[in-house]
Design a protein around this ligand. Structure first.
Ligand code: PBG
Length: 329
Protein backbone atom coordinates (compact mmCIF):
# COMPACT_ATOMS: atom_id res chain seq x y z
CA UNK A 1 0.00 0.00 0.00
CA UNK A 2 1.23 3.41 -1.00
CA UNK A 3 0.50 5.58 2.03
CA UNK A 4 -0.26 8.47 2.09
CA UNK A 5 -1.65 8.96 -1.43
CA UNK A 6 -1.42 12.73 -1.29
CA UNK A 7 2.05 13.96 -0.46
CA UNK A 8 2.21 17.74 -0.20
CA UNK A 9 5.96 17.56 0.17
CA UNK A 10 6.37 16.50 -3.49
CA UNK A 11 6.03 20.13 -4.50
CA UNK A 12 8.44 21.39 -1.85
CA UNK A 13 11.44 19.30 -2.89
CA UNK A 14 13.49 21.76 -4.94
CA UNK A 15 13.93 25.50 -5.28
CA UNK A 16 12.72 25.26 -8.87
CA UNK A 17 9.47 23.49 -7.98
CA UNK A 18 8.84 25.79 -5.04
CA UNK A 19 9.30 28.77 -7.30
CA UNK A 20 6.90 27.35 -9.90
CA UNK A 21 4.05 26.86 -7.43
CA UNK A 22 4.58 30.06 -5.42
CA UNK A 23 1.27 31.90 -5.04
CA UNK A 24 2.40 35.34 -3.90
CA UNK A 25 5.24 37.46 -5.22
CA UNK A 26 7.07 40.57 -4.12
CA UNK A 27 8.50 43.06 -6.55
CA UNK A 28 10.09 46.49 -6.09
CA UNK A 29 7.47 48.18 -8.27
CA UNK A 30 4.88 47.41 -5.61
CA UNK A 31 6.82 49.18 -2.85
CA UNK A 32 6.30 52.80 -1.84
CA UNK A 33 9.06 54.44 0.21
CA UNK A 34 8.18 57.21 2.70
CA UNK A 35 10.42 60.29 2.80
CA UNK A 36 10.53 62.90 5.58
CA UNK A 37 11.53 66.23 4.13
CA UNK A 38 12.94 68.98 6.33
CA UNK A 39 14.25 72.53 5.78
CA UNK A 40 17.88 73.33 5.16
CA UNK A 41 20.59 72.03 2.88
CA UNK A 42 22.79 68.99 3.19
CA UNK A 43 20.66 67.68 6.08
CA UNK A 44 20.64 63.92 6.50
CA UNK A 45 19.62 63.25 10.08
CA UNK A 46 18.97 59.65 11.09
CA UNK A 47 15.72 58.99 12.97
CA UNK A 48 16.90 57.30 16.17
CA UNK A 49 14.05 54.80 16.42
CA UNK A 50 14.11 53.98 12.68
CA UNK A 51 17.57 52.76 11.62
CA UNK A 52 18.42 53.71 8.03
CA UNK A 53 15.62 56.30 7.77
CA UNK A 54 16.38 60.01 7.73
CA UNK A 55 15.01 63.52 7.87
CA UNK A 56 16.27 64.86 4.55
CA UNK A 57 16.57 68.37 3.21
CA UNK A 58 15.31 68.71 -0.35
CA UNK A 59 18.74 68.31 -1.99
CA UNK A 60 19.36 65.12 0.00
CA UNK A 61 15.81 63.89 -0.64
CA UNK A 62 16.45 64.19 -4.37
CA UNK A 63 19.49 61.91 -4.02
CA UNK A 64 17.47 59.43 -1.96
CA UNK A 65 14.69 59.51 -4.55
CA UNK A 66 17.18 58.87 -7.35
CA UNK A 67 18.44 55.83 -5.43
CA UNK A 68 14.85 54.58 -5.11
CA UNK A 69 14.23 55.03 -8.84
CA UNK A 70 17.44 53.14 -9.65
CA UNK A 71 16.21 50.25 -7.48
CA UNK A 72 12.92 50.05 -9.38
CA UNK A 73 10.80 51.12 -6.41
CA UNK A 74 7.28 52.04 -7.45
CA UNK A 75 6.81 55.33 -5.66
CA UNK A 76 7.43 57.73 -2.82
CA UNK A 77 5.15 58.95 -0.05
CA UNK A 78 6.13 62.45 1.00
CA UNK A 79 5.87 63.92 4.50
CA UNK A 80 7.06 67.37 5.53
CA UNK A 81 8.64 68.87 8.63
CA UNK A 82 7.92 72.59 8.28
CA UNK A 83 10.18 75.29 9.70
CA UNK A 84 7.24 76.69 11.63
CA UNK A 85 3.95 75.35 12.96
CA UNK A 86 0.73 77.16 13.87
CA UNK A 87 -2.90 76.48 14.78
CA UNK A 88 -4.06 76.70 11.15
CA UNK A 89 -1.38 74.35 9.77
CA UNK A 90 -0.33 77.05 7.32
CA UNK A 91 2.72 75.05 6.25
CA UNK A 92 0.47 72.25 4.98
CA UNK A 93 -1.30 74.30 2.33
CA UNK A 94 1.14 77.14 1.61
CA UNK A 95 2.19 77.27 -2.06
CA UNK A 96 5.82 77.33 -0.87
CA UNK A 97 5.32 74.66 1.81
CA UNK A 98 8.11 72.15 2.33
CA UNK A 99 6.49 69.26 0.43
CA UNK A 100 5.22 71.58 -2.33
CA UNK A 101 8.78 72.85 -2.81
CA UNK A 102 10.19 69.32 -2.77
CA UNK A 103 7.62 68.20 -5.35
CA UNK A 104 8.65 70.98 -7.72
CA UNK A 105 12.29 69.87 -7.40
CA UNK A 106 11.36 66.22 -7.93
CA UNK A 107 9.15 66.97 -10.89
CA UNK A 108 11.91 68.81 -12.73
CA UNK A 109 14.23 65.78 -12.39
CA UNK A 110 13.78 63.29 -15.27
CA UNK A 111 15.58 60.52 -13.30
CA UNK A 112 12.54 60.40 -11.02
CA UNK A 113 9.95 59.89 -13.77
CA UNK A 114 9.50 56.20 -12.90
CA UNK A 115 8.43 57.04 -9.33
CA UNK A 116 4.79 57.72 -8.49
CA UNK A 117 5.06 60.74 -6.26
CA UNK A 118 2.39 60.55 -3.61
CA UNK A 119 1.81 63.41 -1.18
CA UNK A 120 0.48 62.49 2.25
CA UNK A 121 -2.28 64.95 3.12
CA UNK A 122 -2.60 65.71 6.80
CA UNK A 123 -2.30 68.64 9.17
CA UNK A 124 -0.58 67.00 12.16
CA UNK A 125 2.98 67.73 11.04
CA UNK A 126 2.01 71.38 10.57
CA UNK A 127 -0.15 72.21 13.60
CA UNK A 128 1.48 73.56 16.76
CA UNK A 129 -0.60 71.12 18.84
CA UNK A 130 0.12 68.08 16.64
CA UNK A 131 -3.50 67.12 15.97
CA UNK A 132 -4.69 66.25 12.46
CA UNK A 133 -7.28 69.05 12.47
CA UNK A 134 -8.40 72.34 13.93
CA UNK A 135 -8.71 72.37 17.72
CA UNK A 136 -11.61 74.26 19.30
CA UNK A 137 -11.00 74.96 22.99
CA UNK A 138 -13.59 75.71 25.64
CA UNK A 139 -11.92 75.96 29.06
CA UNK A 140 -10.52 72.51 29.87
CA UNK A 141 -12.51 70.90 27.13
CA UNK A 142 -11.29 70.69 23.57
CA UNK A 143 -12.61 69.21 20.38
CA UNK A 144 -10.97 68.38 17.05
CA UNK A 145 -13.42 70.09 14.69
CA UNK A 146 -14.42 68.09 11.68
CA UNK A 147 -15.75 70.44 9.06
CA UNK A 148 -13.27 73.31 9.47
CA UNK A 149 -10.45 70.73 9.38
CA UNK A 150 -11.83 69.20 6.19
CA UNK A 151 -11.78 72.61 4.50
CA UNK A 152 -8.06 72.98 5.23
CA UNK A 153 -7.34 69.38 4.28
CA UNK A 154 -9.01 69.91 0.89
CA UNK A 155 -7.02 73.12 0.42
CA UNK A 156 -3.83 71.20 1.28
CA UNK A 157 -4.61 68.49 -1.27
CA UNK A 158 -5.24 71.05 -4.01
CA UNK A 159 -1.98 72.84 -3.22
CA UNK A 160 -0.02 69.56 -3.36
CA UNK A 161 -1.64 68.65 -6.68
CA UNK A 162 -0.72 72.10 -8.02
CA UNK A 163 2.89 71.46 -6.98
CA UNK A 164 2.90 68.26 -9.04
CA UNK A 165 1.83 65.40 -6.76
CA UNK A 166 0.82 62.41 -8.90
CA UNK A 167 -1.55 61.20 -6.18
CA UNK A 168 -2.82 62.76 -2.95
CA UNK A 169 -3.24 60.53 0.09
CA UNK A 170 -5.36 61.92 2.95
CA UNK A 171 -4.43 60.29 6.29
CA UNK A 172 -6.49 62.38 8.71
CA UNK A 173 -9.70 60.31 9.14
CA UNK A 174 -12.06 63.31 9.26
CA UNK A 175 -15.56 62.63 7.94
CA UNK A 176 -16.31 63.83 4.43
CA UNK A 177 -12.73 64.63 3.46
CA UNK A 178 -12.70 62.54 0.29
CA UNK A 179 -15.69 64.34 -1.23
CA UNK A 180 -14.26 67.71 -0.18
CA UNK A 181 -10.84 66.90 -1.65
CA UNK A 182 -12.38 65.70 -4.93
CA UNK A 183 -14.34 68.92 -5.19
CA UNK A 184 -11.30 71.08 -4.42
CA UNK A 185 -9.11 69.20 -6.90
CA UNK A 186 -11.69 69.44 -9.67
CA UNK A 187 -12.33 73.11 -9.02
CA UNK A 188 -8.61 73.79 -9.49
CA UNK A 189 -8.32 71.78 -12.71
CA UNK A 190 -6.84 68.64 -11.15
CA UNK A 191 -9.58 66.30 -12.37
CA UNK A 192 -6.93 63.71 -13.25
CA UNK A 193 -5.28 63.57 -9.82
CA UNK A 194 -6.27 60.35 -8.04
CA UNK A 195 -7.09 60.15 -4.35
CA UNK A 196 -5.46 57.35 -2.39
CA UNK A 197 -7.57 57.29 0.74
CA UNK A 198 -6.22 56.04 4.03
CA UNK A 199 -9.72 54.62 4.27
CA UNK A 200 -9.08 52.32 7.16
CA UNK A 201 -6.74 53.85 9.70
CA UNK A 202 -6.67 52.71 13.28
CA UNK A 203 -5.57 54.67 16.36
CA UNK A 204 -2.42 52.63 16.80
CA UNK A 205 0.53 52.46 19.18
CA UNK A 206 2.57 51.39 16.16
CA UNK A 207 2.80 55.00 14.88
CA UNK A 208 5.14 55.89 17.77
CA UNK A 209 8.44 56.13 15.87
CA UNK A 210 6.78 58.08 13.02
CA UNK A 211 5.84 60.81 15.44
CA UNK A 212 9.55 61.26 16.18
CA UNK A 213 10.34 61.11 12.44
CA UNK A 214 7.69 63.69 11.52
CA UNK A 215 7.69 65.59 14.81
CA UNK A 216 3.93 65.17 14.92
CA UNK A 217 3.06 63.80 18.35
CA UNK A 218 -0.12 65.42 19.72
CA UNK A 219 0.82 67.83 22.52
CA UNK A 220 -2.30 66.83 24.50
CA UNK A 221 -4.85 64.05 24.24
CA UNK A 222 -4.67 61.39 21.56
CA UNK A 223 -6.12 60.60 18.14
CA UNK A 224 -8.92 58.28 19.25
CA UNK A 225 -11.71 60.70 18.40
CA UNK A 226 -10.81 60.50 14.71
CA UNK A 227 -8.77 57.34 14.08
CA UNK A 228 -10.56 54.02 14.47
CA UNK A 229 -10.76 51.72 17.45
CA UNK A 230 -8.55 48.69 16.82
CA UNK A 231 -11.38 46.40 17.88
CA UNK A 232 -13.61 47.27 14.94
CA UNK A 233 -13.57 45.39 11.65
CA UNK A 234 -17.11 46.19 10.52
CA UNK A 235 -16.55 49.88 11.15
CA UNK A 236 -13.49 49.70 8.89
CA UNK A 237 -15.68 48.31 6.10
CA UNK A 238 -18.11 51.22 6.54
CA UNK A 239 -15.26 53.73 6.40
CA UNK A 240 -14.07 52.18 3.13
CA UNK A 241 -17.56 52.09 1.65
CA UNK A 242 -18.07 55.79 2.44
CA UNK A 243 -14.74 56.75 0.92
CA UNK A 244 -15.60 54.87 -2.26
CA UNK A 245 -18.96 56.62 -2.48
CA UNK A 246 -17.22 59.97 -1.93
CA UNK A 247 -14.82 59.30 -4.80
CA UNK A 248 -11.69 57.51 -3.55
CA UNK A 249 -9.70 55.99 -6.44
CA UNK A 250 -7.51 53.73 -4.31
CA UNK A 251 -7.47 52.52 -0.72
CA UNK A 252 -4.73 52.40 1.87
CA UNK A 253 -5.00 50.19 4.93
CA UNK A 254 -3.04 51.04 8.05
CA UNK A 255 -1.28 49.61 10.03
CA UNK A 256 -0.59 46.36 8.17
CA UNK A 257 0.68 43.43 10.23
CA UNK A 258 -1.59 43.80 13.27
CA UNK A 259 -4.57 44.25 10.90
CA UNK A 260 -4.04 41.60 8.21
CA UNK A 261 -7.60 40.36 8.75
CA UNK A 262 -8.92 43.83 7.90
CA UNK A 263 -6.86 43.87 4.69
CA UNK A 264 -8.18 40.43 3.78
CA UNK A 265 -11.79 41.41 4.40
CA UNK A 266 -11.41 44.63 2.39
CA UNK A 267 -9.83 42.71 -0.50
CA UNK A 268 -12.80 40.35 -0.57
CA UNK A 269 -15.40 43.09 -0.46
CA UNK A 270 -13.96 45.84 -2.66
CA UNK A 271 -12.37 45.93 -6.09
CA UNK A 272 -10.43 49.19 -5.87
CA UNK A 273 -6.64 49.04 -6.00
CA UNK A 274 -5.53 48.67 -2.41
CA UNK A 275 -2.28 49.23 -0.59
CA UNK A 276 -1.24 48.63 2.99
CA UNK A 277 1.10 50.70 5.15
CA UNK A 278 3.64 48.73 7.13
CA UNK A 279 4.01 51.54 9.65
CA UNK A 280 6.98 52.83 11.61
CA UNK A 281 6.41 50.67 14.69
CA UNK A 282 6.23 47.51 12.59
CA UNK A 283 9.58 48.45 11.05
CA UNK A 284 11.18 49.49 14.35
CA UNK A 285 10.16 46.39 16.28
CA UNK A 286 11.65 44.15 13.61
CA UNK A 287 14.83 46.23 13.60
CA UNK A 288 15.09 46.00 17.38
CA UNK A 289 14.98 42.22 17.08
CA UNK A 290 17.54 42.29 14.23
CA UNK A 291 19.90 44.38 16.36
CA UNK A 292 19.71 41.83 19.16
CA UNK A 293 20.29 38.96 16.77
CA UNK A 294 16.89 37.54 17.68
CA UNK A 295 15.56 37.43 14.10
CA UNK A 296 17.27 36.88 10.77
CA UNK A 297 16.92 40.30 9.10
CA UNK A 298 16.45 39.36 5.47
CA UNK A 299 14.11 36.45 6.02
CA UNK A 300 11.98 38.20 8.61
CA UNK A 301 11.72 41.35 6.48
CA UNK A 302 10.64 39.44 3.36
CA UNK A 303 8.21 37.28 5.33
CA UNK A 304 6.59 40.36 6.84
CA UNK A 305 6.13 41.91 3.39
CA UNK A 306 4.85 38.67 1.91
CA UNK A 307 2.22 38.37 4.64
CA UNK A 308 0.85 41.78 3.67
CA UNK A 309 0.71 40.91 -0.04
CA UNK A 310 -0.87 37.53 0.75
CA UNK A 311 -3.56 39.23 2.84
CA UNK A 312 -4.54 41.08 -0.33
CA UNK A 313 -2.58 44.32 -0.63
CA UNK A 314 -1.58 45.23 -4.19
CA UNK A 315 1.21 47.50 -2.98
CA UNK A 316 2.98 48.18 0.30
CA UNK A 317 4.15 51.43 1.83
CA UNK A 318 7.22 50.31 3.72
CA UNK A 319 10.43 51.63 5.26
CA UNK A 320 11.99 48.36 4.05
CA UNK A 321 11.40 49.33 0.40
CA UNK A 322 15.07 49.93 -0.43
CA UNK A 323 16.41 46.90 1.45
CA UNK A 324 13.79 44.59 0.00
CA UNK A 325 14.25 45.97 -3.53
CA UNK A 326 18.00 45.36 -3.24
CA UNK A 327 17.37 41.74 -2.29
CA UNK A 328 14.89 41.22 -5.10
CA UNK A 329 17.07 43.04 -7.65
C1 PBG B 1 -0.38 61.48 9.68
C2 PBG B 1 0.22 60.13 9.56
C3 PBG B 1 0.71 59.28 10.55
C4 PBG B 1 1.27 58.19 9.90
C5 PBG B 1 1.09 58.39 8.54
N1 PBG B 1 0.42 59.58 8.36
C6 PBG B 1 0.78 59.46 12.01
C7 PBG B 1 -0.43 59.42 12.83
O1 PBG B 1 -1.55 59.21 12.37
O2 PBG B 1 -0.26 59.65 14.03
C8 PBG B 1 1.98 57.04 10.56
C9 PBG B 1 2.94 56.30 9.70
C10 PBG B 1 3.90 55.44 10.41
O3 PBG B 1 3.79 55.17 11.62
O4 PBG B 1 4.83 54.98 9.75
N2 PBG B 1 -1.63 61.56 10.25
Amino acid sequence: MNFPATRMRRLRRTDAIRSLVRETHLHPGAFIYPLFICPGEGVRKEISSMPGCFNLSIDEAVKEAEACAALGIGGLLLFGLPAEKDEQATGAWAADGIVQTALRAFKSNRKLDSLVQIADVCLCEYTSHGHCGIVARDGDHYEIENDSSVALIAKTAASLAAAGADIVAPSDMMDGRIAAIREALDADGHQQTPILSYASKFASAFYGPFREAADSAPQFGDRRSYQMDGANLREAMREIELDIVEGADMLLMKPAMPYLDVIREARQRFDLPMGAYQVSGEFSMLHAAFQRGWLEPERAMMESLLSIRRAGADFIVTYFAKDAAKLLG
